[in-house]
Every structure is written in C-alpha cells, then in structure tokens.
Ligand binder design. Structure first.
Ligand code: C6P
Length: 413
C-alpha cells in the first residue's frame, strides 16, 4: 500500500465541509452505496452553472471555451489520481455500470467468440456480472467463477486450474462491496497476462479509498464511479490501455463522437471522444475533478489508515453484540465495509430501527446475489465508512443495534 501522503486526518475539520453533518447526531454509514458531498464540490458545480454554463467542444465563445477547459482539466485530475499515462485514456461515463457495459459491448463484440472463457469471481457486484452474462449469451462464450474461502478471501489457488488458453478476460472487483475483501488483483493481472488474457478491474470500492496505480497494476481496463468518492452522481470513469481503446468500436453513436458523417457511413473521433456520444455530464465531471482535489488533499493513504482504525474498532465492538455474525475477513484484509446479521432480526428491520436512531446503514443483497447464496443468506446489514466517519458513529451503531434487539424481543413475545 502506498503510504507516501499519510498524515492523520483532521476528521472534525473534514466534517465541517459537509453540511449534512452540522447536526453531529447523524451517523452516516452507507458510503459504499454513495458518499456525502463536501461544499467545495457543490461550489465547483455552482460556479459552472452560475458563471460559464454552456456546452463543450463546440461553442466558439468564451464561456464554452471555459467549460471545455474545466471539463478537460477534470479528466487530467482523474488521470493523475490513477496514474494513467495520458488523460485521453480516461473516458467519462455515467457510472461504473456503464463503464463495464461499454467494455462488454465494445471490446467484447470484437474479442469474445464461441468457446472463449471469461473468468469472474463470486464476489462480483451485478454490474460486473450481468454485462458478461449478456456477452456470453450473445457470443456463446462461457463464464467461469473463482470461489472464495469461508473467510471471504479469494481462493487464488483455483485460478491456475481454470485459467487456460481459452481465457480471454478476467473481470474482477478490486474490493468487495459486501465483505470489504481487498482482492490480490496484482497477482490476478500477472497470471492473466501470462496466459494471454486481459483484465477488467471493477474499482468502484477501491479508487475512493486508497491509492490505485493503473500503470503499476498494468490492468487493461478499470472502472469507478464519481458518487462513491465525494463527487456528484451521474459521472463515472473508464480507464483503458490506449491501444485497446483505439481499436475498439464505439459503444453509443451520435453527436461528439464522430469525425465525419455521410448518409450511409461515418468515421469516428479519437479516444476519448469516440466513447462520449452526446452532451456529457459537464457539471458532474467538473464536480468530480473537485472531488479528486478534495480526497487527494486529505490524502488517500490517510483515508485508508483512518478506515482501518474504524474497521478494527467496529469489529471489536460488534463482536460483543449477542447473536451477531460478521461476514468477511479480518480488518487488515479489507477496506471500510462490514457486513453482519443479528440472529432473529431481518436486516431490513435492523436498518429500519437504526434509522429511527439517526444511523444510516444499508440492508439487502447489495446487488451481489451469488455471494449471498454462497453464505446461504438472503440479505445482510452493512455499515461502510469514509473519511468523515468517527468512533462515535460506530458507538451509535452499536447502541442502535442493542436497542433493535430489545425492540424485536419485546415484539416477538
Ligand atoms: N455498489 C453498494 O451499495 P454504480 O451504481 O454503477 O455507480 O456502481 C455499481 C457498482 C459496481 N461495482 C461495485 C463493487 C459496487 O459496489 C457498485 C455499487 C453500491 O454497494 C450500490 S449497489
């Protein structure tokens, strides 16, 4: 883990940037679903709307040039964040889901054929599963799955059994949104490349939480969402190796992605414009650029260490609650997510009662139904942390859980 920018987080100062935390009694523990937005990000978008709102890459006037400039600066900031060699390798999409679909349609239609194999893991979010199922159904390819251990760690030894010359792609999440497991993606990428396969990394739960370096990883594609890293909704990122992006056909056709258009045929723009058809999410991309500044200033190593401290504390405290089952590995093997169930209480009831105590967590299958089946549960409760969370939030969670137990015992009598 790169710790070069580590310094302790001033969490109280950070919380002041988030108006939702003005009332200190709200414990927001659902950042894995979507984070809160700090003022500088909202202000960056306000400035766009108030002073230079216009379309990009077409207006021959000052405010349109300013909008184009800010949109492209945001792309550069994202490229720097993940250490992409060129900003043109950063494609703005709507979210992780769209980024993965783009690769499944565009790269998949050229490179996946009958009899080919795509390796996934049982940890995948539906966004990194359903697009590959659809591709396999279209092409006659086969999906293979890497299993996990009872602790929720990837069973890496299996990879060598299922990896073969038929494998064309491994699509794998960097961090599980349910268990928090940090997968050994460097080893997966090295093994895939040795077998001639490409790797798509779902980084929705990693890029917001620690340093991710696409050149060091040497991944072929990587996807993440702005709204999980203090940015606005409606903007996501696809990173790809330049030679792959250049040879891929467009995903969507329309304005902005063409070089020239005739009645029967068109030629396409260079990357990234080839993949950004129509008017993009301009304000949101500018907001994402500001979010990158925000989390970079806090320091990604600092965010990771802070989340580790919260995780360790949460594990200790939750383990003391009677009838609790915690899913997934030990804190040092995961990012800021903790999934659990309490005997005799449906996770939806847990979340509902916690809500009445101003504690927001997520309950459900977390868009990871194959993983739920693996653990033989239909749902879990999940608390997830980010740079603005405190030890007090976890205490409030544990108090709320004890109250939930009391309420449910009374109701069931
Ligand atoms: N996980 C969660 O509560 P979108 O919706 O496209 O921004 O992100 C999809 C996605 C893809 N991969 C992983 C690992 C994810 O965690 C998510 C989103 C949210 O866990 C919403 S289900």
């Amino acid at each position: 883990m790169n710790t070069s920018d580590y310094r302790p987080l001033d969490v109280q100062a950070i919380r002041k940037d988030f108006p939702i935390f003005t009332d200190n009694s709200f414990a927001f523990l659902d950042s894995a679903a979507s984070t809160q937005t700090p003022r500088p990000v909202v202000e960056a978008m306000d400035v766009y709307y108030d002073t230079y709102r216009s379309n990009i890459h077409r207006g021959i006037y000052r405010i349109s040039e300013e909008a184009t400039d800010q949109y492209e600066k945001a792309r550069q900031k994202v490229a720097q964040l993940i250490n992409a060699p060129r900003s043109s390798q950063v494609v703005f999409t709507r979210n992780t889901t769209e980024s993965i679909n783009l690769v499944a349609y565009s790269w998949g239609s050229m490179n996946i054929h009958q009899g080919d194999e795509i390796i996934l893991t049982v940890l995948e979010h539906h966004s990194n599963l359903v697009p590959w199922q659809m591709l396999a159904q279209r092409t006659g390819a086969t999906l293979r799955f890497l299993e996990i251990t009872d602790q929720g760690l990837l069973d890496f030894t299996q990879l060598h059994d299922i990896l073969s010359e038929k494998t064309k792609l491994i699509a794998i999440t960097h961090v599980s949104n349910v268990l928090g497991t940090i997968n050994p993606i460097q080893s997966v990428i090295d093994a895939a490349h040795a077998a001639g396969a490409k790797v798509m990394v779902d980084a929705a739960q990693s890029v917001p939480h620690f340093h991710v370096d696409v050149q060091q990883l040497d991944c072929d594609f990587l996807a993440f969402s702005g709204h999980k890293m203090c940015g606005p909704t409606g903007v996501g990122v696809l990173y790809g190796k330049l030679e792959l992006l250049e040879e891929m056909p467009p995903f969507l056709g329309g304005g902005s992605m063409i070089r020239s258009v005739d009645r029967d045929i068109s030629t396409y723009a260079d990357v990234p414009a080839k993949f950004e058809a129509g008017t993009p999410s301009i304000a949101e991309a500018i907001g994402l650029g500001s979010a990158v500044d925000y989390i970079t200033q806090a320091g990604l190593a600092s965010i990771h260490v802070h989340e580790q401290e919260l995780l360790k504390y949460a594990h200790q405290q939750l383990q003391d609650i009677e009838g609790i089952t915690i899913y997934g590995p030990e804190p040092h093997q995961k990012a800021g997510v903790i999934s659990f169930n309490i005997e005799g209480i449906h996770p939806h009831d847990v979340a509902g009662i916690l809500d009445t105590h101003d504690v927001a967590i997520r309950a459900g299958h977390h868009c990871a139904q194959p993983l739920m089946k693996k653990f033989d549960v239909i749902a879990t409760a999940r608390a997830s942390f980010y740079l603005y969370n405190t030890i007090e939030d976890i205490d409030r969670l544990c108090d709320g859980l004890r109250k939930a137990q009391t309420i449910m015992i009374r109701r069931n009598k």
